[in-house]
Design a protein around this ligand. Structure first.
Ligand code: TTP
Length: 396
């Protein structure tokens, strides 16, 4: 059975992290989101993939190639404009002659769920997740084992079963995609095509996720996903650890990396290749550090994703943050990650303040940011790609 992976989206809610890469290539536990999905699907027995690309597609093609490295076949379909998930699936019509599965490229799932899906007998199967607030999702109505209706982002959700973006489809879905009109937001929504499939009398079942499902749509979702991935980490030291460095718990140290004396690292922590860590730094759990990163003297870092080539050289605190590629922290840069009143932290997303639901959240830093010495960054700040701060600047 083939798997279609939808990876064409622009990831606008993830900006500035997606200014220079598609969302599906953002690193979680030092591996692109898309690679996690492919690896889980391979574990479930899938060997043929069709990736629907669009926004900044070259980085996806360059990274995965034809799939041979993973002993699978990967074909690519280019979706010129991101006209919706139904439109994206429609682009891949010529690539299947049988039932197929569809996976959104921006989530974490487990192979168990994929296995459950591909063994079902109905014409089509949707995977759903029980969520507390389904208003931001497609929500399904059911009668026994069957789906009777699917409603996109309802104000009054009929159930708490949210569409998780994983489907088993018959080939006939393409007939309904072709007939699907544009939705009020101007997209061809796969949920509308599914409703047509249901109305045609096809048997459409559902599968409730009991296992991992993390939708990665907003920057702080990366931290949730990263923590989850690292919770299953198995330690492996491929680099050099100097005497008097302390490593506790599951820690991966990439080849060519040096952990200098006095560094204190509590896993789960993954550190990439060719990094220079310490002396005398404190790296706390659920931190993923990319390749060629410098973490210097008296730096404390916890629950962060730090992308490749970044320098956090001296006297800094960085907590609960996503730090882009090739950033440079001036000495004494500190990131606040907790409000005094303990309330959840709001973040500007596409010009609007959005409640992240997180009590602890530091900075979302685009690529190539340089901070001046003693920069203070307030909770939930977003620093645009290439931004420079001055000496002692306060970023709110
Ligand atoms: P979304 O998260 O709805 O869209 P997005 O990735 O562009 O993000 P944002 O809303 O922040 O701009 O998309 C869900 C998945 O479907 C994601 O993996 C991208 C993919 N997709 C396509 O491949 N083509 C499309 O036309 C759309 C809308 C999404």
């Amino acid at each position: 059975m083939k798997a279609f992976i939808l990876a064409a989206g622009e990831g606008t809610r993830m900006r500035p992290l997606t200014d220079r890469r598609p969302k599906v290539m953002l690193p979680i536990g030092n591996k692109p989101i898309l690679e996690h999905i492919i690896d889980e699907a391979v574990d479930a027995g899938i060997r043929q993939f069709v990736i629907v690309t669009g926004y900044m597609e070259n980085s996806i093609r360059e990274y995965f190639g034809d799939g041979l490295q993973k002993d699978v076949s990967i074909e690519y379909v280019f979706q010129k404009e991101q006209n919706g998930t139904g439109h994206a699936i429609g682009c891949a019509e010529d690539y299947v002659d049988d039932r197929f599965i569809v996976l959104n490229g921006d989530m974490l799932i487990s192979s168990v769920q994929i296995k459950n899906l591909i063994t079902r007998a109905e014409d089509a199967v949707l995977t759903v997740k029980e969520v507390e607030d389904p208003c931001n999702f497609g929500v399904i109505c059911t009668a026994g084992e069957k789906v009777t209706q699917i409603v996109e982002k309802p104000e009054k959700p009929p159930t708490n079963l949210a569409n998780a973006g994983i489907y088993l489809f018959p080939q006939s879905i393409f007939d309904y995609i072709r007939k699907t009109p544009e939705s009020p937001r101007g997209e061809i929504e796969i949920t509308d095509s599914i409703q047509m499939l249901i109305d045609s009398g096809a048997s459409v079942g559902y599968e409730v996720f009991r296992d991992t499902w993390i939708d990665i749509g907003r920057p702080w979702d990366m931290l949730t996903a990263n923590k989850h991935v690292l919770s299953g980490l198995e330690g492996n030291i491929m680099g050099e650890v100097e005497p008097n460095a302390t490593l506790k718990g599951e820690i991966v140290v990439g080849a060519g990396t040096v952990i200098r004396s006095g560094a204190y690292i509590i896993g789960p922590v993954v550190i990439g290749k060719d990094c220079d860590i310490g002396p005398n730094c404190f790296i706390r759990p659920s931190t993923a550090i990319g390749d060629n990163v410098r973490i210097g003297n008296a730096v404390e870092i916890k629950n962060c994703v730090v992308m490749d080539e970044t320098n956090i050289g001296h006297l800094s605190y960085v907590g609960d943050s996503v730090i882009g590629h090739d950033c440079n922290f001036g000495a004494g840069t500190k990131v606040a990650n907790l409000r005094h009143d303990g309330r959840t932290i709001r973040v500007m997303i596409k010009g609007e303040k959005v409640d992240s639901g997180q009590r602890k959240l530091g900075v979302i830093m685009g690529d190539g940011v340089h901070t001046g010495i003693n920069t203070c960054i307030n909770v939930g700040s977003v620093l645009k790609t290439g931004r420079c701060t001055g000496l002692g600047e306060v970023v709110k």
